[in-house]
Design a protein around this ligand. Structure first.
Ligand SMILES: *Cc1c(COP(=O)(O)O)cnc(C)c1O
Length: 383
């Protein structure tokens, strides 16, 4: 694979294989064992009291919406304020539960703008879905305060935020549910898995049944007081098959050992980009919020004529990405389109530059120089 690519996950192959071998030798690759170990390790790492390991963050976002809807008695058509500038998982989770996504605009951090969220509040608003773009906390603290003041729920799509700290504390505690992703190219990659962290212990207990078809082993033994019948269980509701497995947990446990070190390296690479690009007036760099130690899943910039710039970068052997197109443009969200001028502008101008642990300072310099030359040419200014 020649060229400089957006994401290249860095697996510690030997350590991953050792952890996976333990599962195979034990004959236990499914739910339990390493999934419980990963939950405990994640709780200790983040300081969040509850953590349940899942097969994806998409499943986690669905569960967050579903369980809060049940707990609070939301009705179909009730509203969740959300960002249009995100991966579609975020907003699909709202549609899955027959709720209405109400798009609010983003701010200079590419995260929900508190002012815009406030302007979208109605008497049917039940929750805000906040996306920590690229690991950035944006104005999460202000939005968390707003949710407390208005007595509405806060769900954190923390798919990019493994290892993000705000004022020295890992993110998640400000939210009713925080959902992390350990998908194949996230900053803590497994192959596919995720974590849901509910603030409320009762919801954490409930979600463990929801992720395994609604099966409850405890209820049966309790109500029948016959723990000898180990093969019996109760099924209370049509739950989903959303739990994670021990092979994925084994990989995630290895990644977690290196998470702080890897994120520090990501921040260093971003610093190199910042230094290289800071003098160019045609390139808008996205700031990290004050007091945020970002996981730096992404390094994003905004330019005019984005698509032309992307193609020209490809010609130089550089393969950046786009996170994201505004979801308002997708057919599936056509009924929910509203004016979000910043999200629309960024949708047409954002580029995610290559960011992974295999990049050297020379690579970063090559990417930055190519980008600056291309942008200068596109603007028709003297090089
Ligand atoms: C990747 C991603 C998800 C979904 O994560 P999966 O683990 O792949 O389901 C959700 N939200 C955002 C912002 C993401 O980038």
């Amino acid at each position: 694979m020649s060229g400089i690519h957006l994401f290249v996950p860095n697996f510690r192959t030997k350590e991953c294989l050792e952890e996976i071998r333990i599962c195979l030798d034990k004959g236990w690759t499914g739910l339990g064992f390493k999934t419980l170990e990963m939950e405990k390790a994640w709780s200790e790492y983040t300081g969040l009291p509850h953590a349940h390991f899942l097969n994806s963050a998409t499943a986690g976002l669905h569960l967050a919406v579903r369980l809060l809807k049940d707990a609070d008695g939301w009705k179909d058509g009730d509203e969740v304020i959300t960002s249009p500038l995100t991966f579609v998982s975020t907003n699909h989770a709202i549609l899955y539960e027959n709720l209405k996504p109400v798009f609010a605009d983003v701010d200079e951090y590419l995260c929900l703008s508190p002012e815009s969220v406030e302007s979208r509040l109605s008497d049917r608003t039940r929750a805000v879905m906040f996306v920590g773009m690229g690991g950035n906390t944006g104005s999460l603290d202000r939005i968390a305060q707003l949710c407390r003041d208005k007595n509405i729920r806060l769900i954190l799509d923390a798919a990019h935020m493994a290892g993000t700290r705000f004022e020295g504390k890992h993110v998640g505690a400000e939210s009713d549910a925080a959902v992390f992703s350990f998908q194949a190219v996230k900053n803590l990659p497994s192959a596919d898995s995720g974590m849901i962290c509910f603030a409320d212990q009762a919801l954490d207990r409930a979600v463990r049944k929801w992720t395994w078809l609604g099966i409850n082993k405890d209820t049966y033994t309790r109500t029948h007081d016959q723990s000898a019948y180990k093969w019996q269980y109760e099924v209370e509701h049509p739950g989903f098959k959303y739990h994670g497995n021990s092979i994925m947990a084994a990989m995630a446990l290895v990644g977690l050992r290196y998470l702080d070190q890897d994120n520090a390296r990501r921040r260093e690479i971003c610093q190199w980009y910042d230094e290289a690009l800071s003098q160019h007036s045609g390139i808008e760099r996205i700031p990290t919020a004050p007091n945020c130690e970002s996981s730096r899943h992404l390094y994003q910039i905004a330019v005019d004529k984005r698509d032309e710039v992307m193609l020209a970068m490809n010609e130089k052997g550089v393969y950046p990405g786009v996170h994201y197109r505004t979801n308002c443009e997708y057919l599936v969200y056509r009924d929910y389109r509203v004016e979000c001028p910043q999200a629309t502008r960024y949708s047409d101008s954002l580029i995610s530059l290559p960011l992974h642990l295999g990049l050297s300072k020379k690579d970063v310099s090559h990417v930055a120089k190519s980008l600056m030359n291309i942008v200068t040419l596109q603007r028709g200014l003297p090089a």
